[in-house]
Design a binder for this molecule. Structure first.
Ligand code: EPZ
Length: 446
């Protein structure tokens, strides 16, 4: 049974009226299934534009970033068929446009992957500058430089990125900074370019490898993904395929830290333990127990976590997308920890919300000094961005008393059915509609 994509998108406006209500203090216990990886699927969906056939993609997470990406594809002219909640068939043969307007790109950082995919398909792309989480300046100079090295002329006017090439020709692309997005975009533009492309100082994240595996299953010739040197031999055509998205490393890490922060005992299923190594290592440093199985990890913590230092790095280092969650755990650890953010300029905005809950953290630029306190106390807080929202959930579960969390649309971008999953672990969590204060005050004035 297939549901037209439009029905999936309507009605999301009510989310801004909703809040999460959590009564904290309950240790999380039981098991949870991890969904497909957000940062893999938002790269793989645009890649379907490069296939001259139908792609069946499985283990797609039911999150709003996916809904928006599928909407963009369908508006470009693709046929998007929902087979079930986590499986779609995408046929891009009918795509007849290379233009992606601001309407959707403003909500989704990864919309800029449409640049590499449309350039690779049509030698032409016109995509509005992306939106997404704000933690400082997020330039795209490395993406654009990569397109130019492949022979495209690039310009930005009226917040639209224009890229066009007579012919795309392979080149050596050295990334001044390790960049997930730029590595993805150059891969997408290069798979059908003439000759060989080498990406030096490439990102090595699991979602880079997943994209390469997807493209290779369509007939591309990509070698070295997962290392800092990726070689791409251009091919003339890519066919359809059936592919299953890898489990989400960051969703898994979020549940691991939630188990530890609530002194719980949780089995996190459908994971690739190798992808979680840096998170596991840090939890072990904090005195948390982590047992590894083939496709699961078990996390338990009976006492107060120990302090430890964390420095975020590109994969295989400790992921920046786990920094807010880890800081929550350290905020109730026994001792003082130092958290250094080496990827983003300003990813500690959420600390203000933790201070409202009784945390003792001071931020100096890209370093946070976290003095562990005995406990946090429930409070009304907001989610500043996706992973900050996840951190607020963990803090509320660990805190004594009731917390209210707003701006849920951030959390819905990357955590499938998180209320249901946490409730199944014993959390006292509700998603409640509240009257909109703006509307209420307007009525009272009227
Ligand atoms: C991806 O963002 C992820 N998003 C982010 O996850 C993640 O934090 C980040 O990679 C790092 O792992 C998606 O995959 C959709 P980058 P991206 O390019 O690609 C600088 C989440 O929570 N840079 O690897 O935008 C940049 O300023 C999100 O799921 C340039 O200077 O990150 C940063 O300092 C949040 N020029 C560093 O590189 C460029 O052209 C790494 O950024 C591009 C990046």
């Amino acid at each position: 049974m297939s549901i037209p994509i439009n029905n999936l998108y309507e009605g999301s406006d009510i989310q801004k009226m909703e809040k999460i209500v959590i009564n904290g203090g309950t240790p999380l216990k039981g098991s949870v299934e991890i969904s497909g990886a957000k940062n893999a699927v938002v790269a793989i969906l645009p890649a379907t534009l490069l296939a001259q056939d139908v792609c069946r993609i499985e283990n797609i997470p039911d999150i709003s970033d996916v809904t928006i990406m599928l909407k963009i594809l369908s508006q470009l002219g693709a046929q998007v068929k929902m087979i079930n909640r986590s499986t779609y068939e995408i046929d891009t043969r009918g795509v007849n446009s290379y233009i992606v307007p601001n309407e959707h790109t403003k909500h989704l950082r990864a919309s800029y992957y449409m640049l590499g995919a449309l350039l690779g398909r049509f030698n032409k792309a016109k995509v509005s500058m992306p939106g997404g989480c704000w933690f400082g300046v997020r330039p795209i100079d490395l993406h654009l430089r990569g397109f130019e090295l492949l022979g495209a002329s690039v310009s930005i006017d009226n917040a639209m990125v224009n890229a066009e090439a007579e012919e795309l020709v392979g080149s050596v692309v050295y990334m001044d900074t390790v960049s997930v997005g730029a590595t993805v975009n150059v891969m997408l533009a290069a798979v059908k370019a003439k000759g060989q492309t080498i990406i030096e100082n490439a990102a090595r994240e699991p979602h880079i490898v997943d994209l390469a595996n997807f493209l290779n299953s369509m007939g591309a010739d990509i070698r070295g993904a997962g290392t800092d040197t990726i070689k791409i031999y251009g091919v003339d055509e890519l066919h359809g395929c059936t592919y299953s998205i890898i489990p989400d490393q960051i969703e898994a890490g979020t549940y691991m830290v939630a188990a530890a922060a609530t002194k719980g005992d949780v089995v996190i299923k459908n994971v690739i333990p190798k992808h979680l190594e840096s998170i596991t290592k840090k939890l072990l440093d904090c005195g948390v127990e982590v047992e590894e199985y083939d496709e699961a990890v078990r996390v338990s913590c009976s006492g107060r976590p120990l302090r430890c230092n964390v420095k975020t790095m590109p994969h295989p280092g400790f992921p920046t997308d786990m920094q807010p969650q880890m800081t929550v755990l350290l905020s109730i650890a026994d001792g003082t920890s130092i958290v250094s953010e080496s990827v983003w300029d300003n990813r500690f905005r959420y600390v203000d919300q933790l201070l409202r809950m009784g945390a003792n953290i001071s931020v100096e630029g890209k370093v946070a000094i976290v003095q562990g306190v005995e406990k946090l106390y429930g409070a009304p807080v907001g989610a500043d961005d996706l992973r900050a929202g996840a951190a607020m959930l963990i803090a509320a579960f660990a805190a004594e008393g009731q917390s209210l969390i707003e701006n849920l649309s951030h959390i819905d971008r990357g955590y499938e059915r998180f209320v249901e999953k946490f409730r199944n672990l014993g959390a006292d969590i509700q998603r409640v509609e509240f009257p909109d204060p703006e509307e209420e005050s307007a009525e009272s004035v009227g």
